[in-house]
Design a binder for this molecule. Structure first.
Ligand code: SAH
Ligand code: MG
Length: 195
């Protein structure tokens, strides 16, 4: 893949205020992916394809990424970007709301990256666990949501998101089959590994 092309995709996304993965978060996930060499990654929240393109370089030779996005404009741009990055044979976009798409999937995944509607994280977790391989790992981005999740004052606007992010943290922490770390990189990253 062409580094310059990837940098252009990143800059354009940043200019358009599309919430792409932050550099330090990507660095952490990349370290894991290098070791795992995943065959299948599931991503919830494609946006314009930036994170999926980044992850694709760590796949096993015949590895694939399934990624879900509901915003038509972003899907259009993601397709263009994925083609430009010459990884269209490795990345498949499911177009639609993840709440509807996820229950229709039955593949197994080595890695799941949750990066979409914060109010739906507990549901995304349940569906991810259903499809996670033994030794699988789930990354959840934006888990600390600008610090709101760990503070006791939240504006009305963020209340549902914060409640559900807390619920996600509670569920992964209490699940006896998972080992979870919460990192303060980017907007907060939860890493849950199957024990
Ligand atoms: N992973 C991307 C950024 C994703 S931003 C990257 O790092 O490059 C979050 C995206 O999730 C947005 O584009 C938004 O449209 C999408 N999204 C939010 N809720 C969703 C849902 N319920 N189903 C599908 N897509 C959703
Ligand atoms: Mg994010």
């Amino acid at each position: 893949m062409n580094k310059q092309e990837l940098e252009k995709i990143k800059q354009k996304a940043l200019e358009e205020h599309i919430p792409i993965i932050m550099d330090d978060t990507l660095e952490v996930i990349a370290k894991y992916l290098k070791n795992i060499k995943p065959k299948k990654i599931l991503e919830i929240g494609t946006a314009v394809g930036y994170s999926a393109i980044c992850f694709s370089q760590y796949l096993a030779d015949d590895g694939k990424i399934d990624t879900i996005e509901r915003d038509e404009e972003r899907i259009k741009e993601a397709k263009i970007n994925i083609k430009k990055a010459q990884v269209d044979s490795k990345i498949n976009i499911y177009e639609g709301d993840a709440v509807e798409v996820l229950p229709s999937l039955s593949d197994k995944y080595d890695v799941v990256f949750i990066d979409a509607a914060k109010g739906k994280y507990p549901f995304f977790l349940k569906e991810s666990l259903r499809m996670l391989n033994t030794n699988g790992i789930i990354f959840a981005d934006n888990i600390l949501y600008k610090g709101y999740v760990m503070s006791d004052y939240n504006k009305h606007k963020q209340r549902t998101a914060v409640r559900n992010l807390r619920e996600y943290i509670k569920e992964v922490s209490e699940n006896p089959n998972l080992e979870t770390e919460i990192l303060e990189v980017g907007d907060g990253l939860a890493i849950s590994k199957i024990k």
